[in-house]
Design a protein around this ligand. Structure first.
Ligand code: UDP
Ligand code: MG
Length: 343
């Protein structure tokens, strides 16, 4: 794309800005991650150091660890790291466990920098592609998605459930990138736009797509978790999937309407049939099956429908309360120590 050189001052300032080192903060949510923190910090700090030396990152770049109300020694480890690497390692501690999505949101609200990269503490997502993300950002992309190449290191169960989830999401009209979790880079203005989405039921992957701007993808292989164990149980994964679907799609409500219509047609057909039998054959006793089957069938659909509607009503209930999505207990090395949830 040839740049239009109509406004000389603007284009020259743009091109010099494109070559200037950028300040990037790596945002790492941590919940009971005491075993992995040391290694994670070492890898991420080495990466920043190398990029600063190469002149791509400014010395103001840093790592922000967000302790999501851990019950182990995670916070003590983080404090030690901030002392050992002043300015390079910053920290925020939430008042209690708020969940991965909200820990990320807290980090994005608090972190300084021209661009922020979110990455899980277990480094299952390969930090080696962060330099590529930074390159894409310097090329003028506002959002860079880390996309997993294959899921060989995940269990068959996790692959199956994740595959079903992405398929369902897309079928229901939510624009999600398959095999992209929460490993991505966002520019300052993309973050500002993201923070202006005030929904209490937060499914970041979906909201980031709504933010728009110029986006790119980088591809990597996902590693197995080195130490510690997954903090996502099956019920939590199911909760995230339901959250994702009901936050982004009213398709389940439409399915209910369609089911309602179908059962009504069915009921009319049964009525006609019963009437014909009753009129043409006075001695006929209506069968047990034709009575009981429709009752159980319709009862099932009714309960299912109520459940789905309840899911959305629950969402409305939570949204109307407008509770803060995260509460910061304490920060180390961050400007504006107590930034509240801005919405
Ligand atoms: N996490 C968090 N709060 C939670 C659960 C998880 O901040 O309530 C963090 C966790 O420390 C990790 C990231 O979210 O950095 C992803 O969690 P995990 O690796 O356990 O999930 P998985 O990779 O198994 O999906
Ligand atoms: Mg993980």
């Amino acid at each position: 794309m040839p740049p239009e050189r109509t406004d000389l001052t603007e284009s020259s300032s743009l091109s010099s800005a494109a070559n200037a080192p950028v300040a990037v903060t790596l945002v790492v949510p941590c919940y009971n991650e005491e075993e992995v923190l040391e290694d994670t910090a070492r890898v991420l700090l080495a990466l920043i150091e190398a990029q600063v030396t190469a002149g791509r990152l400014s010395p103001a770049s840093s790592v922000l660890f967000v302790d999501d109300g851990s019950r182990d020694r995670t916070w003590a480890r983080i404090e030690t790291l901030t002392v050992r690497h002043p300015g390079r390692v910053t920290a925020a501690r939430l008042s209690r466990n708020m969940g991965h999505q909200y820990a990320l949101l807290a980090g994005l609200s608090l972190a300084p920098g021209d661009a922020l990269v979110t990455i899980d503490a277990d480094l299952q997502d390969d930090p080696a592609v962060i330099p590529q993300m930074i390159e894409r950002f310097r090329d003028g992309h506002d959002v860079v998605y880390g996309v997993r190449r294959e899921r060989a290191t995940d269990s068959a169960y996790k692959r199956l459930t994740a595959g079903a989830f992405y398929w369902l999401m897309r079928r229901m009209g939510a624009d999600v990138i398959a095999n992209h979790a929460d490993f991505r880079l966002m520019s300052r203005r993309a973050i500002e736009a993201l923070l202006s989405f005030g929904e209490a039921n937060l499914f970041l992957r979906g909201v980031v797509r709504l933010v728009g701007f110029k986006a790119a993808e980088v591809h990597y292989d996902r590693h197995a978790r080195q130490t510690g164990e997954t903090k996502y149980s099956t019920p939590q994964m199911a909760a995230l999937a339901i959250e994702g679907i009901t936050s982004f799609s009213v398709a389940p409500l439409r399915v209910i309407s369609a089911l309602g219509l179908l059962t009504s047609v069915f009921a009319v057909a049964v009525t006609v049939w019963v009437l014909i039998v009753a009129l043409t054959n006075p001695s006929a006793v209506p069968g047990w099956a034709s009575t009981v089957l429709p009752i159980t069938f319709i009862a099932g659909i009714q309960i299912l429908s109520l459940g789905v509607i309840g899911e959305y009503v629950g969402k409305i209930y939570l949204e109307t309360k407008r509770r803060p999505r995260f509460i910061v207990d304490q920060t180390i090395g961050l400007p504006g120590a107590q930034v509240p949830d801005r919405r």
